[in-house]
Design a protein around this ligand. Structure first.
Ligand code: 26W
Length: 838
């Protein structure tokens, strides 16, 4: 260790000349990679070759900082944040790293001098879509903020070979295609072939008493999988801290089992390899819908076991004592997907490190903290006990023991309150026993949080009510945030420059400084500049829309944007019903004054979610009719932009005038798209749901279009016996819209296409779409009215951006650090960063 410190230092100084940040050095680095890494030269190199060479050149610069960071974390008596997440929706790395390194312009020069256009090369990157939506993207924003705030952190997850499917639209329907993102190689990851852990699965447990008379368990697995670490360096913004995202790939321990082979069972031997590799093969495309499949449980256990073994190995290698694990790591559970970690930690401590049960439980409870991201009952993870036992027989025993002791404690504390006992139990009673992962997470964690103020309150009142009653001190709120680096600087460079021209660049690291813009909100020339930038971004998006969908849209119309996963609770159908109502107003009165609007939808539907897929078909069907109708005269256009992902989100947010955040109150835990849109100057039309409530508080009620029932009113209405049919009968515009859908007006007179959607609205309508329709339409009229007054709109837009400081993920991470993790910054020394960018 001692001598290597010196070696590393000298490497770092020597390498500094190689990893300089000036345009000439960058150009040389690109050419070097082209020659020596890819065996290519400019005459034959493709754009992709250049993309790879440039990425390797950038990665060298990250690695230099990464080595310094890792070295610091290993040497210092430094606590490390361990973020466990089954999903990371990172988006492309190249441009983001250029920004964080501060070499965007220099790289532009370098690529120009090579006859390459930087934007083309950036566009070559296949984005790692290792997540479904909000939860995965939040993890990615948090990794950026952790590094930027110089907090030592490791993100652990799964290196899915296939990420979230690619969406295409055929005949108006969603078609899924596999996301083969690794096809052309991934220059951002470093495989640590030597760093692997064995993970047992299946089999059975033997019990015995050892020579000291101690009761012991021996788990004989049905199979063993090896987890191999793939590290991606995550650099902070203009700092030397470069953290690690460590994703595990599953492999067979040996290439195949020779014993089976020798017995002539070749296919059996090889299938073992396939079974092992399957574990990290594909991301489940479900969002808020649990999938009780064996493979999903295997995935969760696989990555959590590798990660905990890795943390313990790091801790022990530094001379740490197993009993003081929590001095080295604090483990944050991103929803219940990694909650099996609580039982795995107990297994490692008790079975492997032979720690006494009570001490092991104490260590575990001091190590874990749990974030809940959803209140939807269908998303709360449970596993059939039989299925669970077939995959994790030893963990079932451990959970039973945790539960037995835990319920004893509850019994005493509640004086035997049976309702509380059965609601807190980790294993549900009844004939079909289920393991409740949220209960396991709550029991095994010292902290529990929701992701927006309203959501955290509702957690305490509903799904986690009984936990709150007994352990109020564990609960807190940590409102989500998003990184302004990706969501402003990178995706909206023009708006960012305009902002910086007025208030300097401090806002990029300290988003509260955006309030400095407020003084310009009434300034006509600033308003003008602001709206010019907005218009430019709308023109760019209009071009892409034309390319991708063949629909021509007018950049001076209102760009009304509804982009997120397709889900009934997010109510894309409410939006489309409003579109139909507007259309009918025009049809009934062709000269009606309608402020021109382009309704832009984007989002993926889970492949097995019938009604969500039908909503896409409805949107595209309405688009086909409305966009062609000569009477409409282009006053309204409807676009479904396919394959919503991070790359496309970066193009859409900057061009949005209106942000649709119209979920049923009480259903959207937080939302983060709402924050990104508002930061980019879009005005929200929304319900009092999730973080909308806080956004409205910050931007001011006068700069937010509010409609709809509150969460309490929703509950009230439901308990009174809500009848959607009454609303249908009472509102002629609503009735007409629904009748038209039903009659086949939008589907070549084949009314049966949408019958399931219509039935769900008229006879169930769990999400109160019809109840909120009237107030939504009325508020949309106010939106149109406001847009007509250009100055008023510009002011509202500026104020929205100016008041978004709170919603930086830097603020969220600071809150986690101060209240839960108790970890502070640990700056990494390297070189004078800014001098080197010249
Ligand atoms: C087991 C199936 C499953 C898969 C994913 C259940 C639940 C999930 C996620 C928790 C869904 C999700 O992404 N939730 C979103 O988390 C965001 C980040 O906190 C919030 O902003 C969104 O409101 C919430 O829907």
């Amino acid at each position: 260790m001692k001598s290597s410190t010196k070696d590393t230092e000298s490497i770092l100084t020597r390498e500094e000349t190689r990893t300089g940040l000036g345009p000439e050095t960058l150009k040389r680095a690109i050419l070097n990679h082209l020659f020596y890494n890819q065996g290519k030269f400019p005459e034959i190199a493709t754009r992709n070759d250049y993309y790879m060479a440039m990425s390797f050149a950038v990665r060298d610069r990250l690695l230099q900082r990464w080595v310094a960071s890792v070295k610091k974390y290993l040497n210092a008596d430094q606590k490390i944040v361990s973020y466990l997440s089954a999903e990371y929706l990172l988006g492309p790395h190249l441009a983001n790293n250029l920004i964080n390194l501060g070499i965007y312009e220099n790289m532009e020069k370098a690529s120009n001098s090579l006859g390459m256009n930087l934007d083309w090369l950036i566009a070559k990157e296949q984005e790692p879509g290792l997540g479904n939506g909000g939860l995965g993207r939040l993890a990615a924003c948090y990794m950026d903020s952790l590094a930027t705030l110089e907090i030592p952190a490791i993100g652990y997850g799964i290196r899915y070979q296939f990420g979230i499917f690619e969406q295409d639209i055929k005949d108006g329907w969603q078609i899924e295609d596999t996301d083969n993102w690794l096809r052309r190689g991934n220059p951002w990851e470093i495989a640590k072939r030597e760093l692997g852990y064995d993970v047992k699965l299946g089999g059975y447990v033997q019990h015995y008493t050892d020579i000291n008379g101690k009761f012991k368990a021996n788990w004989i697995p049905g199979m063993i999988v090896k987890g191999i670490a793939y590290d991606t360096p995550i650099l902070g913004y203009r700092v030397n801290t470069c953290n690690t995202l460590r994703l595990w790939k599953s492999e067979a321990p040996k290439s195949f089992d020779f014993q089976t082979f020798n017995q002539g069972l070749y296919s059996g031997a090889v299938s073992d390899k396939t079974v092992c590799e399957n574990i990290s093969k594909v991301l489940y495309p479900n969002d808020e819908q649990r999938e009780g499949k064996i493979l999903r449980l295997q995935q969760q256990y696989f990555f959590v076991s590798c990660s905990l073994q890795d943390m313990i190995a790091i801790h022990l290698s530094q001379g740490g004592k197993i009993e003081r694990f929590y001095d080295k790591f604090v483990v944050q559970l991103n929803d219940t997907h990694p909650a099996i970690g609580v039982a795995e930690m107990m297994r490692l401590l008790v079975d492997v490190y032979e720690v006494e049960w009570d001490l092991a439980w104490d260590i575990t409870k001091k190590s874990f903290a749990y974030t809940n991201h959803t209140l939807l009952p269908e998303a709360l993870e449970t596993w059939d006990q039989d299925l669970f036992q077939s995959v994790l027989p030893r963990h079932l025993e451990i959970i039973q023991e945790i539960n037995r002791r835990f319920l004893d404690e509850v019994t005493i504390r509640t004086y035997g309150d049976q309702d509380l006992i059965s609601s807190l139990s980790i294993i549900s009673d009844g004939p079909w026993k289920k393991i409740r992962m949220a209960n396991l997470a709550c029991a095994g964690s010292f902290a529990i949080n929701g992701v927006a103020a309203l959501h955290s309150e509702l957690l305490k009142k509903t799904v986690l009510k009984d936990w709150y009653q007994l352990w109020p001190e564990k609960f807190s709120n940590k409102t989500n945030g998003v990184t302004p680096r990706r969501w402003m600087v990178l995706s909206n460079p023009k708006l960012s420059s305009l902002i910086s021209s007025k208030i300097g660049e401090g806002w990029i690291k300290n988003l509260d400084e955006l309030t400095g813009l407020e003084q310009y909100a009434d300034d006509p020339s600033f308003q003008q500049e602001w709206m010019v930038v907005k218009h430019e971004m709308k023109k760019d998006l209009a071009k892409r829309i034309l390319q991708r969908t063949k629909i021509k849209v007018d950049p001076s119309s209102i760009f009304d944007v509804h982009v997120k996963r397709i889900h009934e609770y997010k109510r894309q159908h409410l939006n489309i019903l409003h579109v139909i109502a507007l259309y009918n107003r025009i049809k009934q009165n062709p000269d009606a004054e309608v402020v021109p609007r382009t309704f832009i939808f984007a989002g993926k539907a889970a492949p097995g979610y019938h009604l969500a897929k039908l909503m896409i078909k409805l949107i595209t069907s309405v688009a086909d009719v409305v966009n062609q109708d000569p009477i409409v005269k282009d006053r309204i256009k409807v676009v479904f932009y396919p394959n919503y992902n991070v790359t496309n989100a970066q193009r859409i947010y900057p061009a949005a005038d209106v942000s649709e955040q119209i979920s049923t109150a009480g259903k959207e835990a937080s939302g983060t798209g709402n924050m990104k849109l508002s930061m980019n100057g879009a005005l929200t039309i929304g319900t009092l749901d999730g973080a909308n409530v806080e956004i409205r508080d910050c931007v001011g009620a006068e700069n937010f279009f509010l409609f709809g029932l509150t969460e309490e009113e929703v509950q009230q209405k439901k308990s009174e016996g809500y009848n959607p049919f009454d609303y249908y009968m009472a509102n002629p515009e609503l009735k007409l819209a629904i009748d038209q859908i039903n009659s086949g007006y939008f589907s070549h007179m084949n009314g049966s296409v949408f019958k399931d959607l219509i039935n769900s609205l008229l006879y169930h309508d769990q999400y109160l779409v019809l109840a909120d329709f009237e107030s939504y339409v009325a508020e949309q009229e106010r939106v149109a009215e406001a847009y007509k007054d250009k100055q008023r709109w510009a002011k509202m837009s500026i104020l929205n951006a100016a008041r978004m400081g709170k919603f930086s993920s830097d603020r969220s991470i600071k809150d986690y650090c101060d209240d839960i993790w108790k970890v502070g910054p640990s700056p990494v020394e390297l070189v004078d960063f800014h001098q080197k960018t010249q």
